[in-house]
Design a protein around this ligand. Structure first.
Ligand code: GLN
Length: 450
């Protein structure tokens, strides 16, 4: 397809699929297409020429709405473009939409969107996972061939698992965070969804790299697209990840073990005992950082302001009460408590200590193994409303994903078959984890398994 036709096709598909509510706003592609047309007449190399892309609505694109699925930012227009998004456009990609998400990326089901949930195309009474549920559905329902989300504690891998697509959480710092609205800065990553390993290699090659606007971005470069021989690959099967699985997820894990062994890989079980504390540790760190990051939405500097309040204090209070949703307010209050004097040693400092232990366990494991294997989610897509009333049931969706962000290492969800639940065929995903910097090995492993 010519670039204009491809963009029009994506926009048409987005409108046809509007009942899924994967997309919050369309992006008018005409300016991008004009710029692309001029560049197509030069001999510039454009690896993504004319490829329509949908990005999560916490990534800034100059002149468009960036809402983070929050009433707080409902009227906000981006004054600049995120580096990762700019890199996609520099490579010829055309952004056509902004995807639905949990408000400020807080959630595991996309039910926390202030504008209504996204539905899973495999069973429309079910959630797509979250928080990047809109981006996951946009690619699973073939609205666009590439989509981008963010992964702070699993928000790309878990919806990728529940929607049956690839989702790669890169090494912390591999892709610039400049222009990604911050949730928990020490955990946040920009992360792509794709339908094949080759597409993942392509999009990672474009988005990865140092950025002077993000001091935490890595300076070394990574080459994507290399081949990997499964023979002799040392795979650690993580004991802690094998508990509480539904039969379909357990079966997918066994099939993957058989496939790897059949191809000559060496699989051995490995225990990372501190993973039992990953969820508690993650939520302490994430809420603490979120309370700090979201303090900028004070009714003064950014975004909206509640009407009719008298004085600065009341303006701040009313603005945050009116425009933040319940989950966001809860996390800000808990985060503030966790950091408050008299309590921060007991919660925040303790969490940082456990985080270090978890990171060290991964380092030790990678002394013996090339990659680790565990399910991305212990269960397939759950029903809308099934877990939303119970925070602990919702946070259980994150048991296998959050440790990876605490350790800063890369991890990839690969589609691994289906589980039939109440007559519905639901995708199952498995997660491979690699040592810091080894993102390309994960992509090569996915290619070898295809
Ligand atoms: N479910 C986790 C949370 O609510 C992870 C979210 C994310 O990765 N953005 O914090």
């Amino acid at each position: 397809l010519a670039p204009d036709a491809a963009a029009q096709e994506a926009l048409r598909r987005m409108r046809d699929a509007s009942p899924l509510h994967a997309v919050l706003s369309e992006v008018d592609p005409s300016e991008q297409l004009q710029a692309l047309k001029r560049r197509l007449n030069t001999d510039e190399l454009l690896p993504l020429a004319g490829v329509p892309v949908i990005i999560k609505d916490n990534l800034n694109l100059r002149g468009t709405r960036t809402t983070c699925a929050s009433h707080m930012l409902a009227e906000y227009r981006s004054p600049y473009t995120a580096t990762a998004v700019q890199r996609l456009m520099d490579a010829g990609a055309v952004v056509v939409g902004k995807a639905n998400m949990d408000e400020f990326a807080m959630g595991s089901s996309t039910e926390n969107s202030a504008f209504g949930p996204t539905l899973n195309p495999w069973g429309t009474g079910r959630v797509p996972g979250g928080s990047s549920g809109g981006s996951a559905v946009a690619i699973a329902a073939r609205l666009a061939p590439l989509t981008v989300g963010s992964d702070t504690g699993g928000s790309v891998r878990q919806p990728a698992a529940l929607c049956g697509v690839y989702g790669l959480k890169p090494t912390y710092g591999r892709i610039s965070r400049s222009g990604l609205v911050a949730y928990a800065s020490s955990l946040d990553t920009v992360a792509p969804f794709a339908l094949s390993a080759a597409d993942l290699a392509l999009v990672m090659g474009v988005m990865a790299g140092h950025d002077p606007h993000d001091a935490t971005s890595l300076s070394d470069s990574a080459e994507f697209g290399s081949a990997l021989n499964l023979r002799g690959l040392r795979v650690g099967l993580v004991t802690e990840g094998r508990r509480g699985l539904t039969p379909g997820v357990d079966a997918a894990l066994s099939r993957m073990q058989a496939a790897l062994t059949g191809a000559g890989a060496e699989i051995e079980e490995v225990s990372l005992p501190h993973l039992d504390h990953a969820v508690a540790t993650y939520y302490v760190v994430a809420m603490a950082e979120a309370s700090s990051n979201l303090s900028r939405f004070d009714g003064m500097h950014y975004a909206r302001r509640a009407e009719g309040a008298g004085g600065a204090d009341e303006t701040m209070r009313r603005t945050r009460e009116e425009f933040f949703g319940a989950e966001v307010q809860k996390r800000i209050m808990l985060g503030t408590f966790i950091l408050s004097s008299g309590y921060s040693d007991r919660y925040y400092t303790k969490a940082l200590q456990v985080r270090r232990l978890i990171a060290q366990e991964f380092v030790d494991a990678f002394g013996r193994f090339d990659v680790l294997l565990m399910p991305t989610s212990p269960f397939p897509a759950f029903r809308l409303g099934e877990r939303s009333g119970d925070p602990l049931a919702m946070y259980a969706a994150d048991v296998n994903t959050v440790a990876v962000n605490l350790a800063g290492v890369p991890a990839l969800n690969v589609p691994a078959g289906f589980e039939t639940v109440d007559g519905e065929q639901l995708p199952v995903g498995l997660q491979f984890v690699a040592r810091a910097g080894d993102d390309a090995r994960l992509v090569a492993l996915a290619a070898a398994l295809e």
